[in-house]
Design a protein around this ligand. Structure first.
Ligand code: ASP
Length: 340
């Protein structure tokens, strides 16, 4: 209004989005020596304490706080993933909920984000965030990351974009994001593909979207999954012992992701073992330890191998586990790697 009259609509409480904040632990909930950024314990503060620290969080949205677990993300398991995804699917059916924020440790945040991107059956915004500094450090990064995430999750522009990660003012796609620093606060990147956009003062600015299939359009439903088949990632280095491949399978791995050198490469000795495993019906995915680029089919490697596309080994493992819950046919699994 510009003519001096009072706009009665503005004097009433403005409509705020309803955002569910699901906390799982991590450094964002970590506590240690006052002011220090190291030698702390992750997963100490509960979800309400995190919200209290994020000034303004409760005024930009009506927040429903849920504590899923409170762990170091290195202790996250597939059971946590399934519980989290089921909680999201259940709450998404509630018209009162507009979006979701998951607070998570940064170590395995990229895996959880990709898992949810593959299984969550809602187009309501799902935003995963965390922190590099514990809540007791000088200038912790968690409160701002949480505030920006709640703003994004409550914004209708964020619908239908798949799972997003908000970190250090960037919005990243859950499929492409990786942790790239062991300690700096700007710790996430989507490498070749860049971020999806930026968060500036609680306002999203979008630029990019992945063309890969996600959330409501995938064939994965957590209601059908009780547990995920175990797989192993075998990391190739000079002189790496190929016996680890057999060990993993004997120990119960139902599939193997090879973190190969360069474009998913490994020695002749590894190739012999890999071809033997693939011929015996164990799906083997070739991926790369490089962190950028993609894997294409290479006929110089024998066997019915699966190209891991551009997925990092840990993300290829997430997709392989979901794939194995449906099939162990390498051609069908390859189609999933091409699609997701
Ligand atoms: N170890 C911590 C975790 O992943 C690291 C962090 O959150 O930054 O839970």
């Amino acid at each position: 209004m510009t003519d001096g009259r009072i706009d009665s609509r503005r004097t009433s409480k403005p409509d705020r989005p309803n955002v569910a904040v699901l906390a799982t632990g991590g450094t964002i909930a970590g506590a240690g020596s006052l002011g220090k950024a190291t030698n702390y314990r992750p997963g100490q503060l509960d979800v309400n304490a995190l919200l209290d620290m994020a000034d303004g969080a409760r005024s930009i949205a009506d927040v429903k706080a849920v504590q899923i677990c409170n762990v170091n993300s290195d202790d996250i398991t597939a059971a946590h993933w399934i519980a989290l995804a089921r909680a999201i699917d259940d709450m998404a059916a509630d018209p009162q909920i507009d979006g979701f924020v998951i607070t998570h440790g940064t170590d395995t945040l990229d895996e959880t984000a990709y898992f949810l991107n593959l299984v969550a059956k809602t187009d309501k915004p799902i935003v995963v965030t965390g922190a590099m500094r514990p809540a007791t450090a000088t200038s912790p990064d968690g409160p701002m990351n949480l505030l920006q995430s709640i703003a994004l999750a409550g914004n209708p522009q964020a619908r239908g974009r798949g799972v997003m990660v908000v970190f250090s003012d960037g919005i990243f796609g859950g499929r492409d994001v990786r942790k790239i620093s062991t300690f700096q606060t700007d710790a996430f990147s989507a490498s070749d593909f860049g971020c999806m956009g930026y968060m500036v003062d609680g306002v999203p600015h979008f630029y990019n979207a992945s063309s890969k299939t996600h959330t409501v359009d995938t064939e994965f439903f957590v209601k059908d999954i009780e547990e995920l088949p175990p797989v192993a990632v075998a990391y190739f280095t000079v002189d790496a012992n190929p016996n680890v491949l057999d060990f993993f399978v004997k120990d119960g791995a139902q599939g193997i992701v090879v973190a190969g050198a360069g474009s998913g490469c490994y020695s002749k000795k590894w190739n012999e073992r890999i071809v033997a495993l693939a011929s015996s019906g164990v799906p083997v995915v070739r991926s790369s330890r490089i962190g950028a680029g993609m894997i294409t089919r290479d006929d110089s490697y024998g066997g019915n191998l699966i190209n891991g596309n551009d997925l990092a080994p840990q993300k290829a493992a997430v997709l392989l586990r979901l794939a194995l819950a449906r099939t162990n046919d390498p051609a069908e699994i390859q189609a999933m790697f091409d699609r997701y």
